[in-house]
Design a protein around this ligand. Structure first.
Ligand code: GLV
Ligand code: MN
Ligand code: MN
Ligand code: MN
Length: 400
């Protein structure tokens, strides 16, 4: 029997990023493999039956796998330099819930499973929720297999070198039929629960969000020998894009636009870049305003590029429309949890992808820093315990 804090402590140090701080755990890298193996060991130690599906998601079954199961879980990968809780808290709370239910003598009437989704953050191949998007067929399998990491390795190649068969990726009807309801527990990525002075919330909605790559191409050249008047420097429109993204998003209600990654090619101090890739993360409460942020920014970026004699190419890398979680399920779980408040979130989750297929809910655990995707992300041990107890209660209600 292990609580979430004890289980989380076992992951300490795995994938610790000494350069950036925090954790960098990316699908199929050494750290993420170690975490997957740890998960399988933990599941087997609980007599759960483990399988890896055709899309690299790992499942652990309490009893025989069957249709209409109650499923819980999250992910073990991280953003570059991320916190210890985003993802792992949902996985350790799921394992800990199994222990709590067993200790209470509970036997599920429905099949119950814990799942670990692959590449939730898109930290290696660029598309977030890749495992759940593949499972549900919301990304084309050929496109997914051809996604490249920064060193040029494709998702298919990475999968093959981890011993899996990339020929089978794509919508998995049998696995989907086995999911009756899905509940994901997650550290809160904001200040909602601090303000409400509560340890646990249920999720109401997820913002519409997506990622776009803006590639500005100019002329690589010598930083000293090239007159300012002779330059076609793609770093200029790239920089203007960063400022314009903030300006446009600030004018949209609930709008957010972020450039968290900008890569000049070739990237030398004394080299005018030949091209700059700028990744935009844009979000807002709806499809229309999110699309309008990107359209307005694309228009502005084309002008910035032209003024510097550069070319622009814009590619949509991923998109997910607004998610409203199943209201009946949300209210039922809130009622079970002393009327836990319902909070919206700006963060994407595998639960958001699954919500289009099956009744889905999320539980959030208070984060006293309000910070996420950074090493300062936190949850107090008592709140992690409250979260695991809350999850166990929900699972008992749904599977009992
Ligand atoms: C995932 O955490 C995201 O919202 O980017
Ligand atoms: Mn995240
Ligand atoms: Mn997450
Ligand atoms: Mn020289």
């Amino acid at each position: 029997m292990a609580g979430p804090n004890e289980l989380l402590a076992a992951l300490d140090g795995v994938g610790a990023d000494r350069r950036r701080g925090g954790y960098s755990r990316h699908v199929f890298d050494d750290a993420e493999r170690e975490l997957r193996e740890w998960f399988v060991e933990q599941a087997e130690a609980r007599d759960l039956r483990t399988t890896t599906d055709q899309n690299a998601n790992v499942w652990a079954w309490w009893g025989d796998p069957g249709e209409g199961a109650v499923v819980t879980g999250s992910h073990l990968d991280s953003v570059p330099g991320g916190g210890a809780f985003d993802g792992p808290l949902g996985v350790v709370s799921a394992l800990s819930s199994v222990d709590l239910l067993r200790a209470n003598g509970f036997t599920p009437r429905k099949p119950l499973a814990v799942v670990v989704f692959a590449e939730e953050e898109g930290g290696r191949f660029g598309v977030p929720c890749l495992g759940s998007r593949l499972l549900t067929g919301t990304i084309d399998a050929d496109r997914a297999g051809a996604l490249r990491d920064p060193s040029g390795v494709t998702f298919a190649e990475a999968m093959r070198s981890s011993g899996a068969d990339p020929a089978r990726i794509g919508r998995d009807e049998a696995a989907l039929r086995r999911i009756g309801q899905f509940v994901e527990l997650h550290v809160e990525q904001g200040r909602g629960l601090i303000d409400l002075d509560r340890p646990v919330a249920v999720a109401s909605s997820i913002l519409a969000h997506g990622r776009w790559r803006f590639r500005f191409s100019g002329q690589g050249n010598h930083a000293g020998a090239t007159l300012i008047s002779d330059r076609r420097d793609p770093m200029l429109p790239a920089s203007q894009l960063v400022l314009e993204a903030r300006r446009i998003a600030a004018g949209v209600e609930g709008g957010r636009a972020t450039v968290g990654r900008l890569v000049p090619n070739p990237g030398g101090t004394n080299v005018i870049a030949s091209a700059v890739d700028v990744w935009l993360d844009a979000r807002s409460p709806g499809d229309r305003p999110t699309r309008s942020i990107v359209e307005d920014l694309s228009g502005a970026a084309a002008k910035f590029a032209a003024a510097e004699g550069c070319e622009l190419d814009v590619t949509e890398e991923s998109y997910a429309d607004t998610v409203h979680f199943d209201a009946a399920l949300r209210d039922r779980l809130s009622g079970l949890l002393d009327d836990a408040p319902a909070l919206p979130t700006g963060a994407g989750h595998d639960a958001g992808i699954l919500a289009a297929e099956v009744p889905t809910a999320m539980l959030f655990v208070r984060n006293p820093t309000g910070i996420s995707h950074a090493p300062e992300e936190h949850a107090e041990p008592e709140d992690c315990d409250s979260g695991a107890h809350a999850l166990a209660k929900c699972l008992a209600h749904l599977a009992g």
